[in-house]
Design a protein around this ligand. Sequence first.
Ligand SMILES: [Zn+2]
Ligand SMILES: [Zn+2]
Length: 139
Amino acid sequence: MNGLEALRQQGKRITPQRRLVYAALLEHPGHATADELCNSIGRKLPGFQRTTVYRTLDLLVDLGLARKIQLGHANNYEAVMAGSESHQHLVCDRCGGTFDVSCPEVPEWVSSAARPLGFDLERVELLGHGICATCASAN
Ligand SMILES: [Zn+2]
Ligand SMILES: [Zn+2]
């Protein structure tokens, strides 16, 4: 299902702003900061309010159409595609690059650790910190 259809099914209006922010998210392969999204939207539509971008991104995250990767200094966003495999993230502490890693065992481990607590686990967000290959070879 297309993300915008999901919006409509949840009774949310597809405003031109929401359509534009979601499209910008899809145009960025991998992860994008809110600033990068603001910039690419601004190139198409000068004068677009940055606060609208931030607000719309939060809405898309709430609806499960986007995922926010909290990095401390700048959050990254990525579109969540229906049926796509869940993945975890590695972040380079030097350049801020964010990388996807598939580790299907991780949610299982956390889920079995959560079970004795009676905790109903919905998702696991793991963030690995380090130095990426490009930064490491730039030394
Ligand atoms: Zn790096
Ligand atoms: Zn990712």
